[in-house]
Design a protein around this ligand. Sequence first.
Ligand SMILES: Nc1ncnc2c1ncn2[C@@H]1O[C@H](COP(=O)(O)OP(=O)(O)OP(=O)(O)O)[C@@H](O)[C@H]1O
Ligand code: SF4
Ligand SMILES: [Mg+2]
Length: 368
Amino acid sequence: MSRAASTNEPTTDTPPEDIAKSSKAVGEPLVTVENLTKRFPIKKGIIFQREVAAVHAVEDVSFAIYPGETLGLVGESGCGKSTTARVLLKLIEPTSGKITFEGEDITGLNKRQMRPMRRQAQMMFQDPYASLNPRQTIGQIIGAPFRIHKLSGDTKQKVQELMERVGLNPEHYNRYAHEFSGGQRQRIGVARALALRPKLIVCDEPVSALDVSIQAQVLNLFEDLQEEFGLTYLFISHDLGVVRHISDRIAVMYLGHIVEVATADELYNNPKHPYTAALLSAVPKGKVGTQVTTRTVLTGDVPSPVNPPSGCPFHPRCPKARQVAGGDGVPENCRVELPPLGEVVENHHAACWYPLEESEELAKAAHA
Ligand SMILES: Nc1ncnc2c1ncn2[C@@H]1O[C@H](COP(=O)(O)OP(=O)(O)OP(=O)(O)O)[C@@H](O)[C@H]1O
Ligand code: SF4
Ligand SMILES: [Mg+2]
């Protein structure tokens, strides 16, 4: 099972649709990514540019999302969450790997061929204000998808119905974005994302800029809309408290790799990867909207994705590796070989040579 990090062999033998299935994994997945890698070349030279290095943003990532399911994607800043989302939606091209949507391989589709799929999959961002045109009214903003896709019918009526559904006053149709609060702006973003009745919404840190009390309201709205419209979410956050609240399953990313996937409860109660345990130890149990600060648990900075560590990417910071080796050492396989994302217990995958036992102190720290 052991593989050297330097080889290009896949880091999991499990097909994406079988990685840590939840009870919602019924039928065929809506979307899958398989062995997805995205590297951003770093070039030098003014006229004859040559590639001197690359940012390893996403490394051999595989997962599936089933219809009606919410997959949470969590990890520290720069670990590759947004890049994964952008590649999945083909807003940028993967370096390698495969993406399917409703069973169709969309990896090689060009812009024109992607158009039908664009309606089915929408993206929402952390700061809706940045993507809201200040010179347009809310009616124009939410109605834009109808015009772009040249849909017939009474746009104003449709927009006002959407406004009502997301908790905005339809009489505010002619107001401008600056007249709304942060939470209301995020509702505008939700209404716009919903306009074309998509199947998938990729939410990239959608509540991170909001006050904790408002976060809970917006998360509840996401859940209500999921039930009403049968939506599927990829929900990205650096905040495990927020992700747990809304996710059926959670995938944890570190330095471009997915290091653990399990149902939300299983991951929270029984983390197997030392990195997940460290993230969890900073989240007060059951609290929504708590910022993850790993500094108290993890020592050292996240290594550069331009020159990632050999072997397990977490090895320079891993408390478990030091425990196994004794003192400040690290076992040789942690240093040399990339651990595969394997099934550690049923429906629970982790990429670690020494996954945590339930009784271990590292895991217990997560319950403190
Ligand atoms: N267009 C780009 N060109 C070069 N490097 C990039 C580009 N986009 C992202 N990166 C790099 O890829 C890595 C992953 O970035 P990404 O934005 O996906 O992380 P993230 O997990 O979403 O972080 P955050 O929580 O801060 O949003 C980072 O090192 C980032 O600097
Ligand atoms: S493989 Fe080794 S270094 Fe990596 S997380 Fe597991 S114990 Fe730590
Ligand atoms: Mg991001």
